[in-house]
Write a protein that binds this ligand. Sequence first.
Ligand code: G1P
Length: 276
Amino acid sequence: MIKKCLFPVAGYGTRFLPATKAMPKEMLPIVDKPLVQYAVEEAAEAGLSDLGFVTGRGKRAIEDHFDVNYEMEHQIEGTGKESALEGIRSLIDNCSFSYTRQINMNGLGDAILKGETLIGDEAFGVVLADDLCIGEGVGVLAQMVGLYRQYRCSILAIEEVPHDQTSSYGVIDGEKISDNLMRVTNMVEKPDPKDAPTNLAIIGRYILTPDIFDIIRGTPPGKNGEVQITDALLSQAQSGCVMAYKFKGQRFDCGSVEGFVDATNYYYEKVYNRNR
Ligand code: G1P
């Protein structure tokens, strides 16, 4: 079964400057919880407890978040504030956390390849914390793990986006297997709307088989001169099989200010306010 999950968290988050000047964008909170914790919770819910982070300079706060803070925890011991740390404590107790660095920002494909040292030779999940997903019933990654059991190949999550937004995403085309599932035949990274094969956009959830590492090594730089996971997955789809899954649930693009505000409003109304 899949036990490992990779979190590429080296990106700068320039869209949130100055907030992200000295703080990782993954630590920005949606109400009272940082984005990266939502991502880790989704992986843990899917049964993935071996968690690897591809970090970079200025990302130390992520490591500290998934660790104890003795002084502060001692201070709030026995007070009502203790319960606020229950969620993060349970993650720390039940998961292992490993870190490696991406030295140069050379694209998502390169970031995933840097994670090879944490993953080894087994299938693994990839979660981009920018995409905050609320699964219907179960989380999106858990839905995909279920599909992996059946198909044993790489799986990526997709959703329909407005045609004029294709240049923000990897876009796929494929043969329909069922209502929610396609076998990928084509993929393009961030195409202009006029060149996009469809409006089916890849969102930041993947299950990858470990042959992807060799494929990435053989993948030349693509869009923006960076090594793109989309290009590597197209090779994998052409020589083997890649599935695209229209997940059940909702996604917020927290890499954009608008999506971040929408996610904040959603959580405030649906989760935070209700639990008080
Ligand atoms: C990355 C991928 C892209 C995918 C997107 C999902 O782009 O390269 O294919 O659609 O994540 O969020 P980024 O948003 O990191 O530029």
